[in-house]
Design a protein. Structure first.
Length: 503
């Protein structure tokens, strides 16, 4: 019997004996609110950077670390935090991380200098990284069958919307809290929401009871952390010439990650407990493809919001609030589609992702063309319908892809699997947020042709999305080839709902 088949039998037994937690839906909303805050803080601060720079008399390089330091610490923590949740208690890790996130949010808001603000942001990012993989793992733990698809639909909507509404939320806060100190409320807003989430989480979240003796792979933690750091550090320093100065870190990071993969395989061969079980990528159906689709998509998806902000604020002279409102149709479309997509993924599977990627490419491509040729005074209004189409497509990408990637993962590996998935997305986001604005400024040069710069940068983002589409479409073709007449179709892929095929 193969490992996959054995896993399916074991999981089936667990499904039969699973007793649903009556508080599971209320507990889900606690984790989603906390996850929304942690992901929103990646993008919401961008619009406040000029205010931060003026208020704390910081240099451009210093203030950039307010964003990049958070993203770097966030990514470094994900897999290790997920494994700790699997080995110990997801509820405990989640509540401790959420409490730390609230505390460090308050510290960011109260920071008297740019140095202390950057230190607080690093700590805040680390807390967010410890919290994030517990979200997906708790869904694995609390939900089964069709309910798991719905829960992951809400989770995917949270991921997509939090990234898209960050500029708008930051603009609203800055408009309401005017003055040189108004930027502090971008951080303070997390405090009351986070405290409420901690109190509710203590009441509603279930405890994890790991079976047997658990071991945390410390050499694996070190190797993975060094590898991710080597890949991400030049990217987060791209604005200060980091890619040119630190190019050698990319091959060094690849070598370290190869050593990490070798070490994980060795631990599996010795029947020990790896940090990230390589069998996730070889025996859990959909995980490897889903991780690749998510990483490639975030290369294009994450960078476009900074490009839009540069175009609207620097090119058209929009305020942060007006700039955020201009991209709101995308967030609205994403919210609506993600809630519906969570219910359709059982029936449509990866086809839904392919359709969503096609729509988001058409929507963002059409937006780029309209902003290039339409009169500037009406361009944002003219582009709104096609931007809404792009948002609908995105809602059919992020939510279903997370569902199909994680829902067949055994619960005992849920935290590490969710952490690895989000690490790939963070790496993709780092590439996109470094490459797309860089191309924007390269095309702009010293001139004022913001339209051409926008088209070039969005076009580069669409390349990443097109690569994601190609990978998703190839997975659909493989499924159809397996299920042709007179061919063997493992687990009756063509006719069996996804939730009935869990490993």
């Amino acid at each position: 019997m193969t490992a996959s088949a054995a896993g399916g039998r074991d999981q089936g037994a667990q499904e039969a004996g699973h007793e649903p937690d009556p508080r599971r839906w209320r507990a889900l909303w606690v984790t989603l609110v906390a996850g929304f805050m942690s992901l929103l803080d990646v993008s919401i601060v961008v619009v406040a950077l000029p205010s931060v720079q003026r208020g704390l008399h910081a240099s451009p390089a210093q203030v950039q670390w307010v964003v990049s330091g958070y993203a770097l610490a966030f990514a470094l923590a994900l897999v290790t935090a997920g494994r700790l949740g699997d080995a110990l208690d997801r509820r405990r890790i989640f509540l401790l991380a959420l409490s730390g996130f609230v505390l460090f949010s308050a510290a960011c808001g109260a920071a008297p200098s740019i140095t202390l603000l950057v230190v607080a942001r690093l700590a805040q990012g680390l807390a967010a990284g410890f919290m994030a993989p517990q979200n997906s793992a708790l869904i694995q733990q609390m939900f089964r069958g069709g309910e798991r698809g719905r829960a992951f639909g809400f989770f995917g909507a949270t991921v997509g919307i939090s990234s898209a509404v960050g500029p708008l939320a930051g603009g609203v806060i800055l408009a309401l809290a005017s003055g040189t100190e108004g930027w502090r409320w971008v951080f303070y807003v997390n405090v009351p929401i986070g405290i409420l989430a901690v109190l509710l989480g203590r009441r509603l979240l279930p405890r994890t009871r790991p079976s047997g003796r658990q071991h945390v792979d410390l050499p694996g933690v070190l190797l993975l952390g060094l590898g991710v750091l080597a890949l991400m550090y030049p990217l987060v320093q791209a604005g200060a010439g980091g890619i040119g100065r630190l190019w050698w870190m990319f091959p060094a990071g690849a070598v370290i990650l190869a050593a990490f993969a070798w070490w994980q395989r060795r631990l599996v061969a010795r029947d020990s407990q790896p940090l990230l079980d390589p069998r996730l990528f070889t025996t859990v159906r959909g995980y490897a493809v889903g991780a690749g689709v998510g990483t490639l998509y975030f290369v294009g998806f994450s960078g476009v919001w900074l490009v839009f902000a540069l175009f609207y604020q620097d090119g058209l002279g929009f305020s942060p609030l007006r700039s955020g409102l201009a991209v709101t149709p995308f967030a609205v479309g994403s919210a609506v589609a993600a809630a519906v997509a969570g219910r359709l993924v059982d029936r449509l599977g990866r086809v839904l992702t392919v359709a969503g990627l096609t729509a988001v490419i058409a929507g963002l491509g059409g937006t780029a063309l309209l902003l290039r040729f339409a009169p500037l005074d009406t361009a944002p209004w003219v582009a709104a319908p096609v931007l809404f189409l792009g948002g609908v497509g995105s809602g059919c990408v992020i939510s279903p892809n997370i569902t199909m990637t994680l829902r067949e993962v055994p619960v005992r590996m849920a935290g590490a699997a969710g952490g690895a998935l989000q690490t790939g997305q963070r790496l993709g986001a780092a590439v996109g947020t470094a490459a797309l604005p860089g191309l924007f400024y390269l095309v702009l040069g010293g001139g004022d042709d913001y339209r051409s710069a926008l088209v070039a940068a969005l076009g580069a983002g669409l390349v990443g999305m097109a690569a994601s589409l190609a990978l998703a479409a190839s997975d659909v073709r493989r499924d159809r080839q397996r299920c042709r007449p007179h061919a063997t179709c493992p687990d009756d892929v063509a006719n069996t709902p996804v939730h009935a095929r869990q490993n």
